[in-house]
Design a protein around this ligand. Structure first.
Ligand SMILES: Nc1ncnc2c1ncn2[C@@H]1O[C@H](COP(=O)(O)OP(=O)(O)OP(=O)(O)O)[C@@H](O)[C@H]1O
Length: 770
């Protein structure tokens, strides 16, 4: 038997021992869980037996109350521990199949012998709870596995840095408790294992990279000191993967202090949310809170305003090139993305101190109860030393009181008596019950009919006043649209201001709120209503950060004042107008140098070397991008002259990709319109899914998708539907085109109807022309 085989056999023996210990622990935990759940059942059954109920005296009532509380606490404790047990059982079941993925032998300075450290997704102790049989990958000592090759190594603990020597570094692929692969590694973490992992098919769910985290990624994952951690990483460099591992790390490092509820991730679209949703649960952690910035804006803007989403904005810009509106829209976006505009809003709100606040009438059945003029007058009677939010609050209180008074008066009006007759049977029944109930307690005799009518009047009038009160409580008596519109009335020393003004006002008049106006609008609202802050969030992650404007960053920063931030992005994938010509992600933002640390990732793991070599040529400064050494075919380029030829060739290519066994195949288009066209044809011949902005789950198989929705996602094979100059003919489309091409893991094929895009002018030798 070769030495290698002997070593493998020994390692397998250890795996067997560990697995049997895990099984034993699992059995104990399962028994314990059964006991806890039967206890809980028993408590539920006998809940009231064990409670002393006595309402005679005040003391007895207090005792009864505390006795009920005690029982309820007991029950919720059981429920909690049942939940924890379930979680442990789930993680251990996963550990049983694949107990660990790495081993390092580390001899600490001053020690005689090296210790073997095995790394897995969670830690596991021996029966006496004395020795670690498996270390959690996030434990301090585990970091040497990611940071060092065999030789001198160190790791940081809260008590200080531990120095020593790493004598061995080994990687495992263990499935169903059997070692399937084992590599001793030298310099970097197993190129061999990484080759294996990256060679696999893409799936509809992102995978955890815990076993093959690279050193530069580990710096992101374990960073604790930076207030703002900025990761500028090329396409496919593992930004999203590192971000998710970082969430898992923070949950481990700050267990008991931070939970998944204290972490928020802003993702590019709902589709992406579903794409990454299984990574953390696979690591035994709960998903953090997830949202899109658009979703947040939507929750803050009145429903009657039609809020444009970022994709529609992008489509409008893409489609309007060449017509007059295009330039105005671009200027509009540039201005409203800037901190200058934020300042303009702040100054404008200051001017509202004296005049300019606008309100809406409070109307009941077509009659104005409180007019906007009255509200305005009242508002400006408050002392000017009060801030606007304080005055708004005073006005709100006053208005609520007024409405209560008016409600009383209203009950006596004739219309009420008339409308009572049209109330439902149930309302009468309720009124009758109410009457009965009250009679028990109040023996004073009223005429029943009169009392019933009073109750019904109350029911009826309350029904009408409820929405009015809700409106006031939600500050909807302030006319934000008008206030925002007024900002565009005066003159400003800003280029093209007149055009911007006219354009904005015409959109607002039609109740349309452009995407670029949404953040300024919400900011203005905050300054008037009082700032909204979320103090419970301690870490904010922003993926695809290059798509956020300086204004949006500043807004998010003030929304989460207690939070650290991790921003992940790639300026070369900045597809939205405000960032098209930006040189860096935080250009023109208000992040200060001291606050931030930047980590740059230049190695791309997603695509094969030939694909990366090709996509590099699409950028002006692509030379910095390094490809991970994974072989594959050169991307291909096919030029056709007619639409029918284009569609037929794409169809043939999709079939070819299928026959090669690729599981996820994407036909990437530039816009929703082009996607719809491609889909209409392909769908006649194949089972295809069309991905649209409302799509929330990612389908496997063949998808037709616009480039901006494919952001952050990857596919085994990518087909660029039309890479002609007619479609990608402008400098401003470079980044969109690059984003589309970098989605490919194993194969990339470009088609072009007519002359190829000028963006391909440097790609000659990296493309195989068919
Ligand atoms: N250390 C790693 N080990 C294994 N796979 C990795 C590693 N780093 C990245 N990958 C893989 O590379 C691919 C790209 O990763 P990811 O999507 O996180 O990159 P990204 O930088 O967010 O990409 P993009 O900006 O293009 O959306 C994924 O399939 C991921 O699993």
């Amino acid at each position: 038997m070769s030495n290698e085989q002997t070593v493998k056999l020994e390692e397998q023996k250890r795996v067997d021992v560990i697995v049997s210990e895990i099984k034993e622990k699992l059995t104990n935990l399962t028994e314990h869980k059964e006991k806890v759940s039967s206890d809980a059942l028993e408590i539920r059954k006998t809940f009231w037996n064990d409670v002393t109920i006595n309402f005679d005296e005040a003391d007895d009532i207090a005792e009864t109350y505390s006795s009920i509380k005690q029982q309820a606490q007991l029950l919720s404790e059981r429920d909690r521990s049942q939940g924890q047990l379930n979680k442990q059982i789930q993680t251990l079941s996963r550990l049983k199949n694949s107990p660990y993925f790495g081993r390092v032998d580390f001899k600490e300075e001053g020690e005689k012998q090296a210790e073997s450290i095995y790394l897995g997704i969670t830690s596991f102790m021996d029966k006496d709870d004395e020795n670690f049989l498996i270390y959690d990958w996030r434990a301090p000592i585990s970091s040497i596995y990611y940071d060092f090759a065999p030789g001198p190594a160190n790791y940081h603990t809260p008590e200080g840095t531990i120095e020593g020597n790493m004598e061995l570094k080994r990687q495992f692929i263990i499935k169903n408790s059997k070692i399937e692969g084992m590599f001793d590694t030298g310099v970097t973490i197993g190129d061999q294992l990484l080759q294996e992992v990256l060679g696999n098919n893409a799936s509809t769910q992102m995978k955890s990279i815990v076993a093959t985290i690279q050193r530069e990624q580990n710096q992101i994952i374990r960073n604790e000191k930076s207030k703002v951690l900025m990761v500028q990483g090329v396409a496919g460099s593992g930004k999203t993967s590192a971000a998710l591992q970082r969430v898992a790390y923070l949950l481990y490092r700050y267990r008991g202090i931070i939970t998944s509820q204290n972490i928020m991730l802003f993702s590019p679209n709902p589709l992406f949310n579903s794409y990454i949703s299984t990574v953390l649960p696979e690591l035994g952690e709960e998903n953090m809170q997830q949202t899109t910035f658009f979703e947040y804006l939507g929750s803050r803007i009145e429903k009657r305003m039609n809020l444009e989403d970022s994709f529609t904005q992008l489509e409008d810009v893409l489609n309007s090139e060449g017509n007059n509106q295009h330039d105005i829209r671009l200027m509009n976006i540039q201005l409203k993305s800037s901190l200058l505009f934020k300042e303009m809003i702040e100054n404008y709100v200051k001017s509202l101190d004296i005049k300019g606040m606008e309100f809406t009438d409070i109307i009941l059945k077509g009659t104005v109860l409180v007019s906007k003029e009255q509200l305005k007058e009242k508002f400006y009677t408050y002392d000017q030393s009060y801030s606007i939010p304080n005055r708004v609050e005073l006005l709100q209180e006053w208005l609520l009181k007024e409405l209560r008074k008016l409600k009383k008066l209203e009950k006596k009006k004739d219309w009420v008596r008339e409308e009572i007759q049209f109330l439902d049977k149930e309302d009468f029944l309720d009124a009758y019950k109410e009457l009965q109930r009250k009679k028990e307690f109040n023996q004073e005799s009223f005429d029943d009919f009169e009392r019933e009518e009073k109750i019904l009047a109350e029911v009826l009038v309350s029904r009408y006043f409820k929405p009015l009160i809700r409106k006031v409580k939600k500050m909807r008596f302030i006319n934000f649209k008008k206030i925002y519109s007024q900002l565009f009335v005066g003159e400003q020393d800003i280029q093209k201001w007149n055009d911007i003004r006219e354009y904005t006002l015409s959109r607002l008049n039609e109740d349309h709120l452009n995407y670029e106006d949404a953040t300024p609008y919400v900011y203005l609202k905050d300054l008037i209503e009082g700032r909204k802050m979320n103090l419970s969030i301690r870490h904010v992650f922003i993926d695809e950060a290059q798509d956020y404007s300086p204004f949006q960053f500043a807004y998010i920063k003030q929304l989460f004042p207690q939070s650290k931030m991790t921003l992940l992005g790639d300026i070369n994938q900045g597809i939205y107008t405000h960032s098209t010509y930006q040189k860096s992600m935080l250009q023109d933002t208000d992040f200060t140098e001291e606050d931030q640390e930047t980590i740059i990732l230049t190695r791309s793991y997603r695509s094969t070397r030939p694909i990366v070599e090709f996509t590099k040529t699409l950028l002006h400064d692509g030379s910095l991008i390094e490809a991970f050494n994974r072989d594959g075919n050169k991307p291909t380029f096919t030029q056709v002259e007619k639409k029918e030829q284009l569609q037929e060739s794409v169809l043939e290519k999709v079939k070819d990709m299928q026959s090669k066994g690729h599981k996820t195949i994407a036909v990437i288009c530039k816009s929703a319109t082009e996607s719809a066209e491609a889909f209409a044809y392909l769908n006649q011949h194949l089972d295809v899914h069309l991905m649209e902005k409302g799509t929330i789950t990612f389908e496997s198989g063949i998808v037709v998708i616009p480039a901006y929705l494919a952001k952050g996602i990857e596919f085994d094979a990518v087909i660029i539907y039309d890479a002609s100059n007619h479609v990608y003919g402008r400098e401003s489309e470079r980044r969109l085109f690059y984003t589309a091409c970098t989605r490919a893991m194993h194969e990339l094929h470009l088609f072009s109807m007519g002359e190829k895009s000028f963006l391909l002018k440097n790609s000659g030798e990296y493309l195989y022309s068919l």
